[in-house]
Design a protein around this ligand. Structure first.
Ligand code: ZN
Length: 91
């Protein structure tokens, strides 16, 4: 089971993304511009056509967030996780 800290990091990062629609290249056509509504992450303004693409987007963001949270100075993310697992910090 993951530690509460890791779960909190994952939940915080996942809440920073939303699968919705947003106007690409605003203002929208309705507002006199050239922008059109497209599906994707409306927070990051990343165009994504499927739920699978959104899950990939979330996964990459979560992995980056965990890497940033566990990595110490001079450590790679992989060595940081291995060190914490071997110390029992992540179980
Ligand atoms: Zn996003």
């Amino acid at each position: 089971m993951l530690s509460e800290t890791i779960i909190a990091i994952i939940q915080t990062e996942m809440r920073q993304h939303k699968f919705d629609t947003y106007v690409e290249d605003p203002p929208s056509i309705a507002q006199g511009g050239r922008g059109v509504a497209v599906p994707g992450c409306s927070i990051c303004k990343v165009r994504l056509s499927t739920v699978d693409q959104f899950v990939d987007h979330l996964t990459k963001s979560v992995v980056l967030a965990i890497n940033e949270a566990v990595r110490g100075p001079g450590e790679t993310a992989e060595s940081a996780l291995c060190n914490r697992i071997s110390r029992g910090a992540v179980n």
